[in-house]
Design a protein around this ligand. Structure first.
Ligand SMILES: [Zn+2]
Length: 427
C-alpha cells in the first residue's frame, strides 16, 4: 500500500512562506530534516556505545528508529528514507541475539524479555519489517516477516496480556497490520488472538474486566491497554466486541475521573501513556467512534482536561509530552471547539527543545524516534494517536469521516504551503 493518495499530489504553493521568522510548520520541517540528517550518520555500533542496553526494541532501540524512517518514507513516498528504514531494521534483526538487545545491563541472569513482546521485544521487529517490506515492494521479505510475527504472537498468547510486553500488544499490532496490509493470514491471526484474549478475561463483580499479567488500569501496562487492543481489532476486522466491553470500559473511565490516584499517585504522571489517565482518555475517544457512543466522547474530554491540568516535564512518548500530544490530536478532530489542538502543538514544540544529546534512548517510546512522527503529524494535519498504538495515518471508522476526505483542502493555508513543499522530492 502506498502513501495516502492525496500525499502524492503536490498542490501549488500559494506564494511561499514568510520571509522572516519561520512558521510553525517550517519549524517542524526543519527539525525533521535535521533528525534524519543526523541519524543517517549513525549505526548499530553507535547505539551500543551510547545507550545502556535495549538496543533492538521498537520502544527503546533500533527498531524504533526503523519505524520512524518507514513512517516518514511512507508519507513522503521517499525511497531514501525507506532504504534507511531497511538499514535500521536489518541492524535490529541482526542484533536481536545480543544479551542486551531487549534488556538493560542491570538485568539479572535469569531475566528475559518474552519473545512475543510487541513494543519491548522481538515481535515489534517483525511488525516494522513487514511494513517496510510492503512499502519497498519486497513481497518475499514481507511474507517472511509476517510469518515470524505470527509465530511470535501465537507463542505470546499464553503469557501476560499486557500491551507493551504481551498478547494484547500482538493483537494491537495485528490490527494495525491488517488495516494497513490486509490479507487472510492476518485476519486469521487476529481472530485467533482476539478470541484467546476474550477467553482469558477475568470478569469482576461491578463490570470490571482484567487479565493476568497486567499492572493496574492504565493503558500500555494495564487493563485499558487490553481494551484498546480488542477495540482496534474490532474496528479493523469489523467484528463485534464482547458484551462486557462497554460496561467494563465505562467502569475504567469512571475510576479515571473519580479516583485518578488509582492509576498513578503523582499528578504530573497523569499524562503518562504507560500508567496515567491520558491513555484511557484516548481509548474512550476511539471507543466513542467505533461504538458511536457520545458518553465516551464526553468522558474522553473530561479525563483529558483532568490529566492535562498538570503537564509532564519529560518529552518522551511513554511518560511525557510527546505521548500527551499524540493523545490530544484525535480528540482535537472529534471536539474541534476544545483547546486540544493548540495544546498538542505547544507540547509538540516543547519536545523539540530537548537536545539530541540529552536523549538517553533512541527508540519510539523512551527515545527521540517518536518526535519526528509527531512533527510529521503536526505538519501534515494527521490525527492518528500514539504510533504503534493506533492505525497508521488515519482512523478508518466512525464520525467525521467527511473531514478526512477533505483533509488536505481544509488545512490552514500555511499548513498547505508547508505540506506541498514538504512533499517535494529531496534533492
Ligand atoms: Zn511511561
Amino acid at each position: 500500500m502506498g502513501p495516502p493518495s492525496d500525499s502524492r499530489r503536490s498542490s501549488a504553493a500559494p506564494g511561499g512562506g514568510p520571509a522572516s521568522a519561520p512558521s510553525v510548520p517550517e519549524f517542524f520541517g526543519a527539525y525533521i530534516d535535521d533528525y534524519f540528517g543526523s541519524i543517517a550518520r549513525l549505526s548499530w555500533a553507535d547505539l551500543v556505545r551510547d545507550q545502556e542496553g535495549l538496543y533492538a526494541s521498537l520502544a527503546f532501540g533500533t527498531a524504533g528508529i526503523a519505524y520512524t524512517h518507514w513512517y516518514a518514507g511512507y508519507l513522503r513516498g521517499d525511497e531514501i528514507l525507506l532504504a534507511e528504514a531497511e538499514r535500521w531494521i536489518r541492524a535490529a534483526l541482526a542484533g536481536q541475539r545480543h544479551r542486551f538487545a531487549f534488556l538493560t545491563p542491570r538485568a539479572q541472569p535469569g531475566d528475559r524479555m518474552p519473545p512475543g513482546a510487541y513494543l519491548y521485544g522481538r515481535a515489534g521487529l517483525s511488525f516494522v519489517h513487514a511494513l517496510i517490506a510492503r512499502s519497498r515492494d519486497e513481497r518475499r521479505a514481507e511474507r517472511r516477516a509476517l510469518a515470524c510475527f505470527a509465530e511470535l504472537s501465537r507463542a505470546a498468547a499464553a503469557g501476560t496480556a499486557e500491551l507493551y510486553t504481551g498478547s494484547a500488544g500482538c493483537l494491537a499490532a495485528t490490527a494495525i497490520l491488517f488495516q494497513h496490509l490486509g490479507g487472510g493470514k492476518l485476519l486469521d491471526l487476529g481472530t485467533e488472538l482476539s478470541a484467546t484474549l476474550r477467553q482469558r478475561a477475568l470478569l469482576g463483580g461491578q463490570g470490571n474486566v482484567t487479565w493476568n499479567g497486567v499492572h493496574g488500569l492504565g493503558l500500555a501496562h494495564g487493563a485499558a491497554g487490553v481494551h484498546l487492543a480488542l477495540l482496534l481489532w474490532s474496528a479493523a476486522a469489523g467484528s463485534d466486541l464482547p458484551y462486557w466491553f462497554a460496561p467494563s470500559l465505562a467502569a475504567i473511565l469512571d475510576t479515571a475521573l473519580q479516583f485518578p490516584e488509582r492509576f498513578t499517585r503523582r499528578e504530573q504522571d497523569r499524562c503518562s501513556l504507560c500508567n496515567g489517565i491520558i491513555g484511557p482518555a484516548f481509548l474512550a475517544l476511539r471507543a466513542a467512534q467505533v461504538l458511536q457512543e457520545p458518553s465516551f466522547l464526553a468522558a474522553a474530554r473530561a479525563i483529558t482536561a483532568l490529566a492535562t491540568a498538570r503537564l509532564p516535564d519529560c518529552s518522551d512518548l511513554c511518560c511525557g509530552r510527546a505521548g500527551c500530544a499524540f493523545a490530544l490530536l484525535p480528540l482535537a478532530r472529534q471536539d474541534p471547539g476544545g483547546p486540544w489542538r493548540k495544546l498538542a502543538q505547544d507540547l509538540a514544540l516543547s519536545t523539540l527543545l530537548c537536545d539530541r544529546a540529552d536523549w538517553s534512548l533512541a527508540g519510539l517510546f523512551g527515545g527521540e524516534a517518536a518526535i519526528p512522527c509527531l512533527a510529521l503529524n503536526m505538519t501534515l494535519g494527521i490525527d492518528s494517536g500514539p504510533p504503534c498504538l493506533d492505525f497508521i495515518a488515519s482512523f478508518p471508522i466512525g464520525a467525521r469521516i467527511s473531514d478526512r476526505h477533505s483533509a488536505a483542502s481544509s488545512l490552514p493555508s500555511c499548513d498547505r504551503t508547508a505540506r506541498s513543499s514538504f512533499m517535494a522530492p529531496r534533492s
